[in-house]
Design a protein around this ligand. Sequence first.
Ligand code: G3I
Length: 365
Amino acid sequence: MRIHHLTRRRARSGLLAGLLAAASVLALGVTVAQPGTAEAAASLKSLADAKGRDIGFALDPNRLPEGPYKQIADAEFNLVVAENAMKWDATEPNPNQFTFGQGDAVVNYAASGGKKVYGHTLVWHNQMPNWTANLSGPDLLAAMKNHIAKVAGHFKGKIVAWDVVNEAFADGGSGGRRDSILQQRIGNSWIEEAFRAARAADPGAKLCINDYSTDGINAKSTAIYNLVRDFKARGVPIDCVGFQAHLIIGQVPGDMQANLQRFADLGVDVRVTELDIRMSTPANATKLATQAADYKKVVNVCLAVARCAGVTVWGITDKYSWIPGVFPGEGAALIWDENYAPKPAYQAVADALGSGPTPVPTTPV
Ligand code: G3I
């Protein structure tokens, strides 16, 4: 494994991510003040805290023994979401037999650093355990409700908001539901059944619906908009909408702010839940600059919408991103590279969150 010599030296010496940031951005030819000067970068966490917004990351608790991973996690974020540890296959591998070790590790890590936990995800057609595949409609509904009761019940009081239902709508322009086994066997009611079960299990958690390719105004986001409006009208519990924002450089939807705002106007919170911005690999300075501008745009969108609770990035380092495995030839989507060096996008996020040169006090004459 190739390790950037500067990063390795810094990591060995135990310096924090802010030092890594300054060093590697310098390596990219951008002038950044050294820590200790008036222009030293604050952490993303301190900047987001000051704005009253969440800055989150998807955590794999198995990576925490890796020094730079934990240093960045500790320093830069005020919210944690489990990348995989709270999903149905991870928590209920056999019917009504629950395994919370990994999920508890996420919660315990968050608690140790005073970070919030965002729950992901109670019901998703993907990563369902094999035993659900052959259930009848009534049995699948019962299994889904039991799963929600047990999982949301186990974590009750520790989760600020749950992705109750993930990716329930179809891609393309149909504006319809995804043709999942939940939809096929239970029918349209499965989503509201899930939300009612989640409210009963943890009345203190906000309940969200979450999806991808819904960041701009399009048929899919409008289908979710109509569902939220319908739920609000009929008193089905729903509190928030997640916009995953798995984006491509140069393609942040121009109407993203208007889209989030129209949901907020329905009386729900909104949140950017899984942000990453991929490019064809290898990265180069031009692509990284475009990516940085795109990250800044997305953070600015959230800041411009009063009900946007925050932004979560889908991982720390490009080393462990899901992208290359699913989109061969693409990657470099996160804000730290595979050697934990911060990319220009790191400073762009900091700038958007309000970092910048500290004004030099003037001396009265
Ligand atoms: O746990 C098994 C392990 O036992 C096995 O040895 C290994 C071999 O491949 O696989 C492990 O499971 C993997 C799992 O992540 C946990 O690491 C799966 O293969 C792998 O497909 C799975 O990928 C996750 C993916 O969701 C599943 O669709 C990614 O890490 C995760 O980043 C990704 O996250 C999703 C969100 O939950 C929802 N929105 C889209 C986003 C990206 O796909």
